[in-house]
Design a protein around this ligand. Sequence first.
Ligand code: RP5
Length: 167
Amino acid sequence: MSSETTATTPLVAVIMGSKSDWETMRHADDTLTEFGVPHECRVISAHRTPHLSAEFASGARERGIEIIIAAAGGAAHLAGVLAAHTTLPVLGVPMKSEALNGIDSLLATVQMPAGIPVGTMAIGKPGAINAALFAIAILANSRPQLRTRLEEFRERQERQVRSATLP
Ligand code: RP5
């Protein structure tokens, strides 16, 4: 691991509204781990723990967090609520809900009124992975070794597609 990422202080916070979101959000955790990005994963609910949501987001920058990833399902307020309490970039991941297949989560996360942005990813696992990759891309702007790792990841991905064979 490089000196850029040896710090144990988390740079990215992966927050989810419920423990039931972990099966999806572990893919964000895995991706950040693969790139050696110090991060933390926590359950914080906008509606079940409203005070903790505000406390967490307003203190995140001071603790060294640079990006917040927020995953929620249904009437998914979490990303917007966290974004309201910090000027850190917040990336929202809509969870695939049982009732509406995540369309509810997507619309609730993406349709932020002007003034408080949330960068919204795709529903479910692709969104979890891409939120981590997006966070890595932001961090890589000021961390050349992380940028190199991201470029190598893209090259590996391209090689896999180019060499794909069909049965
Ligand atoms: C949201 O409600 C969570 O993010 C989760 O996706 C959804 C259901 O939560 P549980 O009832 O499974 O705890 O707050």
